[in-house]
Design a protein around this ligand. Sequence first.
Ligand code: ATP
Ligand code: MG
Length: 416
Amino acid sequence: MMNIPKGTKDVLPSDSYKWQYVENAAREVAQLFHLKEIRTPTFEHTELFHRGVGDTTDVVTKEMYTFKDKGDRSITLKPEGTAGAARSFIENGMGNGVLPAKMFYITPAFRYERPQAGRLREFHQFGVEIFGAKGAQTDAEAILIADALLKKLGLKVKLYINSIGCPTCRAEYNKALKAFFAPHLENLCYDCKTRYEKNPLRLLDCKEEDCQKVNANAPLMLDYLCEDCKTHFEDLKKCLQLANVEYEINPRIVRGLDYYTRTVFEFVSTSIGAQGTVCGGGRYDGLIEQLGGNPTPAVGFAAGLERLLMVMEQSGVNAPEAPKPTVYLAGMDDECRKKAFAIACALRGSGVFAEIDHMDRSVKAQFKYADKIGAKYVAVIGGNELAEGVMNVKNMANGESEKVSFDGAVAYFSNN
Ligand code: ATP
Ligand code: MG
């Protein structure tokens, strides 16, 4: 017996309609906001994530799937989508084209984590990146895209926003953080000691209970914002009010990745507790430059598809079921089955959803099967029908039957 690797999941044929529903909803929302799809490779040079996600993040220090390929290159399966999109933006000179560059993706992502409900090693994200626009209105738009998708899916969520400032004001804040944490260093976890040295902001994101206790009294970035960052945050709030989107300021959100500046936000489900964060994002004005491009402001977010599906399930939101066959063609004997086969070919050629027997079942068993798969009509061809050139068509909803000629099948089922 071969088993599926830990932390991965199959999407079974019987369930894939739910995924398609969420993906289609994401694509429709993306189009409304003038986002075009970008597809980047599943793996990139490891270096991209070291520079683009950050050496002090959990993602880079603990969670990446990194290996040497046969050419001795260090390769990493993408743990998120932003770094690849940013690399592509630079490599393809999109900054010299029409700005802003608004794009979205639906991608698998890989992180070596402890698997739990809503936390997998291969998961999927719907992500949005907008490159080239610096105003808070664009931050608001990123938030509105996520909000539109969540509303379209009928999910109850809460939006939390915060600002983590810019390199200028964060330098002051980092000093304050270090001064605050210095007397507590002994009580912090091993990772936090490194964070303290390399990137104090990350201290606030620690999930260890003891560290969180200390964090509770830490100074807040919002109290250290410079004038420009303050104005930006005020402008964001104004835009969200104009859009009638409710939000709550959560001064403790710092987000998991290193490249964020100013706006950060999260949408959290109100119907589940653990792993309730369905979407996270923010502004990352430093990223493109950090990856070797010309300084380019940017904002984006990613929503976890497994989390969206989990929240849908837990809050009783059902995706519309997959389409059912319009007609099932049942044949009495071999000759009739061949006729059913030929008519099914003609029907499908005209775009009618048709199914036939593949299991050599009796007509009675074929009926049962047709009912099970939810066929709207069952068309039976027996010896008499074959001779007359007709089939006996039963409407499965009301039980009524009528005769339809072989030649008239396409017209009949195209209109029904
Ligand atoms: P968390 O704090 O839950 O670990 P994160 O900050 O690491 O989240 P991001 O890197 O911002 O998450 O990823 C964006 C979204 O992707 C998350 O809000 C979540 O919906 C989803 N996500 C992240 N990691 C996983 C995972 N291991 N399995 C499933 N979904 C995930
Ligand atoms: Mg994480």
